[in-house]
Design a protein around this ligand. Structure first.
Ligand code: CA
Length: 231
């Protein structure tokens, strides 16, 4: 059965643009031009993913996420304007799965949706952890807690290993600073964001050929970090 996507966007041209792009890839689409319609369609049709614009006429898109998450874990891809980093972070922390920055290309949209589907299927089908994962010449063996680069062991501190495994187990997906800090240290204080930056710097020096232009872990400015899906 073709996956069903609900497109929540008040601008008709953007809604059409997204719909046409998705339909060429055999997705089925529902359209909603405001938050209330989105929530009621989501409840009636149980779509497989929601593409959600945050600037809606009747309610904030963040409110849509909050209400939806009260009863549903359907994946949410947020669409937000450039420069609204705080809004993106809030959306992710409320439970959105990823975001796209306007204006975006069709290929970006489709890539994000593919990643979301892959993660969602993964969560549904495989409860047992994969013993290992690799991208390019970087390999992480979770069972042995062993990280290798071109076959050579990389020596990581426990904190660096934790950071790497948080990112790699969500590869392709952006993780917020807050999420990472919580995952590593258990709670969030102002200092921890600085510690995260330091830890990321050290990790990159060990993994990246050129730490100033990282290939494995991408910085999402003002939001967090993303482990690439493929090289
Ligand atoms: Ca809008």
């Amino acid at each position: 059965m073709n996956p069903l996507v609900i497109i929540v966007e008040d601008e008709k041209t953007i809604r059409r643009f997204i719909r046409v792009a998705l339909e060429t890839q055999q997705y089925k689409c529902l359209e909603a031009e405001d938050g209330m319609t989105a929530l009621s369609l989501a409840a009636s049709y149980k779509p497989d993913v929601m593409v959600l614009d945050l600037g809606l006429p009747d309610m904030d898109g963040l409110e849509v996420i909050k209400r939806l998450r009260a009863w549903s874990n359907i994946p949410i891809l947020v669409v937000s304007a450039r420069g609204h980093e705080r809004e993106k972070v809030e959306a992710l922390d409320l439970g959105a799965d990823d975001y796209l920055t306007k204006p975006f290309s069709i290929s970006e949209l489709l890539a994000r949706i593919r990643v979301i589907f892959r993660h969602h299927l993964h969560e549904q089908c495989e409860n047992s952890d994969n013993p290992s994962w690799n991208v390019g010449l970087l390999q992480i063996n979770y069972e042995k807690r062993l990280v290798t680069l071109s076959g050579e062991e990389v020596h990581l501190t426990p904190t660096e290993y934790k950071l790497l495994t948080l990112l790699s187990s969500h590869h392709g997906k952006v993780l917020t600073h807050r999420y990472l800090v919580q995952g590593i240290w258990g709670e969030v204080t102002a200092d921890d964001t600085q510690s995260l930056r330091v830890c990321m710097g050290n990790l990159r020096r060990k993994l990246e050929e050129n730490p100033a232009q990282p290939k494995f872990i991408i910085t999402e400015v003002g939001v967090g970090y993303r482990m690439v899906d493929e090289l």
